[in-house]
Write a protein that binds this ligand. Sequence first.
Ligand code: NDP
Length: 246
Amino acid sequence: MSTLDGTVVAITGASSGIGEATARLLAGRGAAVVLAARRTDRIDTIAQEIRDAGGHALSCPVDVTRAEDLHRLVGTTVDGFGRLDVLVSNAGIAPISQVADLDTDGWTAMIDVNLRGVLNGIAAALPVFREQGRGHLVTTVSTAGLKITPTMAVYAATKNAVRTLLEGLRQESTDGVLRTTAISPGYVRTNLADSMPDATIRERIRDNMRESALPPEAVARAIAFAVEQPDDVEIGELSIRPTAQG
Ligand code: NDP
């Protein structure tokens, strides 16, 4: 018997990077997973590969900025696997820049995906968690919110808004129904830099990632660690960095 046998997990941002690695790892440990993202070809393929390997997986097209998409994700999960035990709100973008550059479109996009996307997930999942009497909300925030550096201000602000949101939700949830976990990765080798519009910043981040970055599987293992705890144990905050990251 695997550690996550029967656990039902929906994951946003599952088409690449940390979300994809998390879907594969949790499915490998017995969880039934529902992969959500906008690139449907990718989530369809990954879900098929998980099923081909003997796992349980579905895919669901989701744009996290659209509240109705998150309701559809939760509905698909409950229809497909009978319930929703864990929502991993992982979708995120990082069109970072100096604040003085006034990239207001980038700011709006980060607020919409990184913050509103998590709120949309909470609005869809919380009623199901309450009805079931159990549920776990995991979010991918960032060490960018713990050590603030130039060009990361707005990105870090959205991640720290989520951190604050989760702590408030935790304080309101003392009936033992809801567990919340904020995972803060340092550099992880993914395609996140692709969403950075400034070529100089993009190359600097890619250099940093080449120099010292975790494989996405390392973050997936941290998420699994939080999910695998018994219901009365909550891993609230977890930072995970390359050992050599400053
Ligand atoms: P990727 O770019 O590989 O993954 C980002 C994921 O988010 C993709 O699956 C993408 O799917 C999805 N996504 C983006 N916008 C939307 C949207 N509007 N609706 C639904 N899904 C969306 O990067 P990572 O794996 O690195 O990023 C995952 C999370 O980890 C993010 O929240 C990021 O901020 C965080 N993080 C990453 C770090 C790093 O160094 N890589 C460090 C710290 C935190 P699609 O485009 O198909 O919709």
